[in-house]
Design a protein around this ligand. Structure first.
Ligand SMILES: CC(=O)[C@@H](O)[C@H](O)COP(=O)(O)O
Length: 253
């Protein structure tokens, strides 16, 4: 597995901390998922109270503060600086939202903020699309991790552009990549990992499941299964049928 700014994650699962029915369900979902990273939002969860933050810290996972809800580079930079002070980490998931309906990142604001934050010593995890030109700009800015979307945040649609994501993965072999947002089913997480991504990040599909704890476990297992499949060397697809049981000769190669 590629590392994340020098950190090797124990599992390829990152989980958000919003929208759960209760803090105790969230805690149980984290434990059940085996997640290594929790994303936290100072802006969105600032009314949560000290007990909530103590519980999140007690999960024993890496904290990845985000700039959720920021619509400009300036806003995101200020939020990142506050989060660094509050959470005592240089990691920042950089979101600069550019479109209200799709919650698509603003590529111009994203690069501007990434340049400023990398220069300021942050380890930046930018929420981006599968766009290769944008990915190049982010890498040039100093990002060593990219977080391309699977689909719009909260949509649960899965991987909308498999070709684009596969091409992106192949274009930057040394850059750790996390599929972030839009995953609705464990099979989407497995598929992302089978494509060679290093981790998945999700929130809504677990928090809004009828049984978030069971769903968290399903996602954790699926992400690990996909990662194992990627390293196991999947078979090549064929255009024609090929009998799996030979009529003559040996049954093994
Ligand atoms: C948790 C977090 O950082 C979200 O902004 C993230 O993008 C998750 O998206 P889903 O809710 O679609 O899983």
């Amino acid at each position: 597995m590629r590392d994340f700014y020098g950190v090797t994650l124990q599992t390829p699962m990152m989980l958000g901390t919003a929208r759960y029915p209760s803090p105790s369900v969230m805690e149980a979902a984290f434990i059940s998922s085996g997640a290594s990273v929790a994303t936290v939002s100072l802006r969105r969860e600032r009314g949560a109270g000290q007990a909530f933050w103590d519980m999140v810290r007690g999960l024993g996972v890496h904290l990845l503060p985000n700039t959720a809800g920021c619509h400009s580079a300036r806003e995101a930079i200020t939020t990142a600086q506050m989060a660094r002070e509050y959470f005592q980490t240089d990691w920042i998931k950089l979101e600069v939202i550019g479109h209200a309906d799709t919650l698509q990142p603003d590529p111009f604001g994203l690069v501007e903020a990434a340049e400023a934050l990398c220069a300021d010593g942050f380890n930046v995890f930018p929420y981006t699309t599968e766009d290769q030109v944008l990915a190049s700009r982010l890498v040039e800015a100093g990002c060593r991790v990219l977080m391309p979307w699977g689909a719009p945040i909260g949509s649960g649609m899965g991987l909308n552009n498999i070709h684009g994501l596969r091409t992106l993965r192949a274009a930057f072999p040394d850059v750790a990549m996390v599929i972030d947002a839009g995953l609705g089913l464990p099979s989407h997480a497995a598929q992302a990992m089978e494509l060679g991504f290093d981790a998945v990040l999700l929130n809504t599909a677990v928090a809004e499941a009828d049984d978030p704890v069971a769903m968290a476990r399903a996602f954790g297992l699926a992400a690990q299964a996909g990662a194992l499949a990627a390293t196991a060397g999947p078979m090549g697809q064929r255009d024609m049928a090929a009998p799996s049981t030979p009529l003559i000769g040996k049954a093994w190669l």
